[in-house]
Design a protein around this ligand. Structure first.
Ligand SMILES: [Zn+2]
Ligand SMILES: [Zn+2]
Length: 151
């Protein structure tokens, strides 16, 4: 799967790499793989579905990082029959809209919150308090603390 790393994605990996609390390379490697799984789950991806020339179902391949990658794969493998590239909607985004996602663009950066903007009250053009039961957030924080200081 070919992807172009985005700043907030590789930053999450860097955070693990510079974390001094890991006791062994194995422990760090496991944390990195889990983080990368979570990062990829936040993306919309693509799969290639396949039917043989007689109309019977082939295998579905993927995921791919883009339609171009899926098409290149189909061309290279030349299975015959017909293929179709279909989008896979990110299950990570659906979960994040439901449960929140701390430290991720599009979600509240208040350390106690991490919930999506629509869960916050409207205050003029900005957003205020989080409506979720038990959440202590009193103002939606749009930008990551690190990104903010660089502007
Ligand atoms: Zn909240
Ligand atoms: Zn919030």
């Amino acid at each position: 799967m070919r992807i172009t790393p985005r700043k907030h994605e590789y930053q999450a990996v860097v955070d693990i790499l510079v974390d001094p609390t890991f006791e062994s390379p194995d422990q760090m490697a496991k944390a990195l793989l889990k983080e990368m799984g979570a990062i990829l789950q936040m993306r919309d991806l693509w799969v290639l579905t396949h039917r043989w020339a007689d109309g019977s179902k082939g295998l579905n391949y993927g995921p791919f990082g883009s339609t171009a990658e899926a098409e290149a794969f189909a061309k290279k493998m030349s299975f015959g029959g017909t293929g179709r590239v279909i989008p896979l909607t990110s299950s990570g985004i659906a979960l994040a809209n439901h449960d929140g996602k701390a430290g991720w663009p599009g979600y509240c950066y208040n350390p106690q919150c991490g919930h999506p903007p629509f869960m916050h009250s409207s205050v003029g053009a900005s957003r205020g308090q989080c409506h979720l039961d038990g959440c202590a957030c009193d103002k939606f924080v749009k930008d990551a603390p690190k990104t903010k200081s660089k502007k």
